[in-house]
Design a protein around this ligand. Structure first.
Ligand SMILES: Cc1ncc(COP(=O)(O)O)c(C=O)c1O
Length: 412
């Protein structure tokens, strides 16, 4: 009796959450025995796997063993030392000036911050819409649903080089939009938003009053000469020096190969930061003081970031041409994914492709349709696969050779 009652009192919005892509992948592969002649190679999860820089591990040890170590509760906003290091990085990287005490906030990685920010912004009584690209990082959707908003998906298609088609959003949707997620560089597309697109979004934000959350956690892994434009940088270039209605989200996970550290920051509009800090005080998500010290060291060093980027560039330069011969794929602007069209392989079904590739060649890729939603009769991820080139170069090359053989119809 009691059990049933408890279930009935659960937050009904939990039932709206979609299974995570990796859970769907597990079900897709259920019952398959992969070919034992091949060792497993996973291009599925986008988890950085280059080694953590030794100086960062040392900084963690030093902070643990030094004073005050782990004695004492950390402040939710983060220590000044860390926020100043983040503000200095923003200045070096984007040429923007922010006040570390009112415009920068430490967070435990961008994922929790993107989620929590939606809870801060959305009024569940207001019939709000949260707008995001399609395909997208699934946290945007879950954050919107649990905040009591309705997600709306704006397509990002190969015809437009994966630029999001904001013009396809109807006026009545803009009217109800309270929060817009931008992902640049994009996951999974790798596309970077140019200044003109920012200009358009700022004009729309001024007109309709929505807030923008700019997810930039892939900004330091790029393949062209110019580093990706950031949201704060775009705002500054367009004369929006107060960064009104804009927060950028970033982290050390990809930049410094420390996904396990859980360290990032948000920066921008001081008013948004103030409300977000209030929310976070209750949420209880202050960053460990040890992690704060190590993070300050990481944001202050650029040599390891340059070296990491060089490793990705070498790897992508070798792997991409092997795959672009057989799939619809090219070098992305940035990020560590290849977002490939499979053409008529496996009847054009991304699920069938991923399943058969796993079965015959023991290579894991993610079906593109798992990263997008069907909207207005079309799933923009259908017929595509996402490959995360996070492992070392050798296994990525080996995977590329197996995928080539698979697409060319050699099924062992
Ligand atoms: C687009 C995007 N945003 C945010 C994150 C979260 O990363 P983290 O919480 O490690 O900063 C990820 C992780 O893969 C991602 O792909």
């Amino acid at each position: 009796m009691r059990r049933t009652a408890n279930r009935a009192t659960m937050n009904p919005r939990l039932r709206l959450l979609q299974p995570y892509p990796f859970e769907r992948l597990r079900q897709l592969f259920d019952g398959i025995t992969p070919n034992p002649d091949y060792s497993p190679i996973s291009l599925g999860i986008g988890e950085p796997r280059h080694p953590t820089p030794p100086f960062l591990k040392q900084a963690l040890c030093d902070a643990t063993l030094g004073q005050p170590g782990l004695a004492g509760y950390p402040a939710t906003a983060g220590e000044a030392l860390l926020r100043e290091a983040c503000a200095h990085w923003l200045q070096r990287r984007y040429g923007v000036q922010l006040d570390p005490l009112t415009q920068v906030l430490s967070v435990n990685g961008s994922r929790e911050a993107l989620f929590a920010f939606a809870q801060t912004v959305i009024d569940p009584a207001a019939d709000a819409i949260v707008l995001c690209p399609n395909p997208f990082y699934q946290i945007y959707e879950g954050a919107a649903l649990l905040a009591g908003a309705t997600p709306w998906y704006a397509p990002s298609l190969p015809e437009r080089n994966f630029a999001v088609d904001w013009d396809s959003v109807p006026d009545d949707v803009w009217q109800r939009t309270r929060l817009l997620f931008v992902c640049s560089p994009g996951n999974p597309t790798g596309a970077v938003m140019p200044l003109e697109e920012w200009r358009k979004l700022f004009a729309l934000s001024d007109r309709y009053g929505f807030v923008m959350a700019s997810d930039e956690c892939y900004s330091e892994i790029y393949f062209r000469d110019d580093a990706p434009l950031g949201g704060l940088e775009a705002a500054m270039r367009l004369g929006r020096h107060d960064f009104r209605k804009l927060l950028m989200f970033t982290s050390l996970s990809k930049r410094s190969n420390v996904p396990g550290l859980r360290s990032g920051f948000v920066a921008g509009d001081a008013e948004l930061i103030r409300s977000f800090l209030l929310y976070r005080t209750y949420h209880g998500c202050a960053m460990s003081p040890v992690v704060q010290r190590a993070s300050a060291a990481a944001w202050s060093d650029e040599a390891h970031v340059t070296d990491n980027r060089r490793q990705y560039r070498d790897k992508f330069a070798q792997v991409t041409p092997l795959l672009s011969d057989v799939l619809d794929v090219g070098l992305p602007d940035a990020g560590f994914y290849l977002w490939a069209g499979i053409g008529q392989s496996c009847g054009g079904s991304d699920e069938a492709f991923a399943r058969a590739l796993y079965q015959h060649y023991h290579v894991t890729v993610l079906p593109g349709s798992y990263l997008a939603r069907e909207a207005r009769g079309h799933n923009p991820g259908a017929g595509r696969i996402r490959m995360a080139l996070v492992a070392e170069t050798e296994p990525c090359l080996e995977a590329a050779h197996r995928i080539r053989a698979f697409v060319q119809g050699h099924h062992p």
